[in-house]
Design a protein around this ligand. Sequence first.
Ligand code: ATP
Ligand code: MG
Length: 310
Amino acid sequence: MSEYIIETEGLTKRYREKIAVSDLDLQIPRGEVFGFLGPNGAGKTTTILMLLGLTEPTHGTAAVCGFNPTTQPLDVKSRVGYLPENPGFYEDLTARENLAYIARLNRIGEDRLPDLLHDVLDQVGLADDGDRPVREFSRGMKQRLGIGEVLVKEPEVIILDEPTLGIDPDGVTRLLELISKLRRERGLTVLLCSHLLHQVQQVCQRIGIIVSSRMIVQGTPDELGKAILKEHQWNFLVEVAGDAPLEEALGALSGVDQCERRESGWFIRCTRDVRPELMTLIRDRGIDLLQLRAEDPTLEEIYLKYFREA
Ligand SMILES: Nc1ncnc2c1ncn2[C@@H]1O[C@H](COP(=O)(O)OP(=O)(O)OP(=O)(O)O)[C@@H](O)[C@H]1O
Ligand SMILES: [Mg+2]
């Protein structure tokens, strides 16, 4: 069996004229949280639907837990927990009853149910709300119940489509902590889809960015950072003594794209290493240089750059 729990080769989906996913190669090893990032309409949900056997690829192949989603959809579905973009619940039933329903659908033995439901409610932070009807739940609580429904299946891999949508910052933090914990404690593999990079980067071992149906870059957050450095994006923080008006001169240096005022100096984005000219400029004006520091581009910048290029 392949070491990858999710693997695709040349996976492609075309809806009439429209290519939704183009030639996608994915390799996600067991126990990894993979961030699948891209703007609206990039092809994330379509990819997931193909992985689950809910829609057929036009070309290419996919294997999930070693099974072909198109020809062996039940084998895939029994091993994958899937949280759709808009999960639905039985609103008049309690959280526990909703979970029990899903557990029975997945043939979990009645004798195991009480303990399992207790554990899952606890794990998703709904231990005190298990016996309330879901109609009383906030959006964040429903999202956590959705994760509960995913876990109650005791899956090998979970696929979450925009799980942080509509949740407040505190709820997002708790959800991301839960995802990290599941990986750490249970070795779960997670495919985490989102268009919000800064939210998911903290919990992902690797990230792939898909834009207009194509995966344009993938790797660890570090590797993405290095990729951009190779393309000569340099960021520097410049601090000088006093209140010297340097902004215009900095902005006029060849290779400087952008110059932003910071609390105690300037932050400049450059297409090359401008440090030698910068030192000369500052020295020529008789200004004391307090600090000149290179800063790695943030993932946010990387993400935006790739979005702009696509
Ligand atoms: N059933 C369909 N019929 C025709 N076109 C479709 C269908 N489903 C998706 N598409 C198109 O395929 C493209 C990819 O859509 P998809 O839903 O996969 O994007 P997404 O990355 O999940 O976006 P979002 O972040 O908005 O959820 C879009 O252009 C969409 O209009
Ligand atoms: Mg989507």
